[in-house]
Design a protein around this ligand. Structure first.
Ligand code: ADE
Length: 250
C-alpha cells in the first residue's frame, strides 16, 4: 500500500518511522511519502493561507498550493503504477472514523492524506478532486485538534495493522473491540499475564481452569459488563439476536 501525506509540518509525521508502521515500511509492506506543502508555494513567504471570504476569525488554506501538490503526487503515483488513489481529508466535520472504515481503506492500494491547519482548506480543493477519485472526509472524534496530522497518524496506524502480514499473529485482530467475530460490537474485557500474583492481586481463577468453554463465557461476560459501563450505545446498536440466554441473565 502507498500512502502520501501533504502537510506544512512534515516532522509531525516522524512517528510513522516507529513501531508497527515503521516496521511495515522497512519490510516494504507500506510505501509512505511525506511532502512539505510549502514546496508548492511560489512567493517569498511560502504562503499557504489567506483570510476567509465572508469574514470571520482564522485563516483558510489556499487552493493553489494544494492543487499543485496533489497534481504532482497524483502524476508520480500514476507514473509508478500505484493503483487507484483515494483522498483522505481529516476534518472535525467529517464522518466518524470507525473500524469498519479502517477495513475498507486497508483494501485500497493508495491513500493520499491532506491534513489541514487553521480553519481548513478552501472547499474547492475537495470538490475538484472528488470528481476524480473517492474522497473520505473523516473525523477521529468529537473534539477539535489544532491540525489534521494527529488524525493521519491515527488512521494510518488503524489501517496498517490490518494489512496482510503486518501483525505477527493473523488472528490478533479477530477479537479486537469493534471487529466482527464472537465479540461482535462489544468492547474487549480485561487481560492478564504472569505472574499469577502481584501485590496480593490474583488473576481470575477461571483463566487457570483450562476449561475453554468457561473461559469463553467469562470473556464474553466481561465484554458485556465493560460495554454496558463505557458504551451503552454499542449494546443498543446490537441486533437482538446478538445476545444469548446467558447474556441476558447477566
Ligand atoms: N482536525 C481537527 N480536528 C480533527 C478531528 N477531530 N478529526 C480529524 N481531523 C481533525
Amino acid at each position: 500500500m502507498r500512502l502520501d501525506v501533504v502537510t506544512i509540518f512534515p516532522e509531525y509525521l516522524e512517528p510513522l518511522n516507529v513501531s508497527l508502521v515503521g516496521k511495515a515500511r522497512a519490510r516494504g509492506q507500506l510505501d509512505v511519502r511525506v511532502h512539505d506543502l510549502r514546496s508548492w508555494t511560489h512567493d517569498r513567504h511560502n504562503t499557504v493561507d489567506d483570510t476567509p471570504y465572508g469574514g470571520g476569525p482564522g485563516m483558510v488554506m489556499k487552493t493553489e498550493p494544494w492543487g499543485d501538490a496533489l497534481d504532482s503526487v497524483l502524476a508520480d503515483g500514476y507514473e509508478t503504477g500505484s493503483g487507484e488513489p483515494a483522498l483522505i481529508v481529516p476534518t472535525p466535520s467529517g464522518r466518524p472514523f470507525t473500524q469498519e472504515l479502517a477495513v475498507r481503506l486497508s483494501e485500497r492500494p493508495w491513500l493520499i492524506f491532506t491534513p489541514a491547519r487553521y480553519e481548513g482548506i478552501d472547499r474547492r480543493v475537495v470538490d475538484e478532486y472528488a470528481t476524480r477519485m473517492p474522497v473520505y472526509e473523516v473525523s477521529i472524534g468529537d473534539y477539535v485538534l489544532a491540525g489534521g496530522e494527529a488524525a493521519v497518524l491515527v488512521v494510518t496506524e488503524a489501517v496498517a495493522r490490518l494489512l496482510p502480514g503486518v501483525l505477527g499473529n493473523a488472528e490478533s485482530h479477530r477479537d479486537d473491540s469493534f471487529a466482527p467475530g464472537a465479540m461482535a460490537g462489544l468492547l474487549e474485557g480485561p487481560v492478564y499475564t504472569k505472574p499469577p500474583r502481584w501485590r496480593d492481586r490474583e488473576i481470575p481463577d477461571v483463566l487457570l481452569s483450562g476449561h475453554h468453554g468457561k473461559i469463553a463465557r467469562w470473556r464474553r461476560d466481561e465484554a458485556l459488563r465493560r460495554t454496558t459501563a463505557h458504551r451503552p450505545d454499542l449494546i443498543e446498536r446490537c441486533a437482538p439476536g446478538a445476545f444469548d440466554k446467558k447474556d441476558r441473565e447477566m
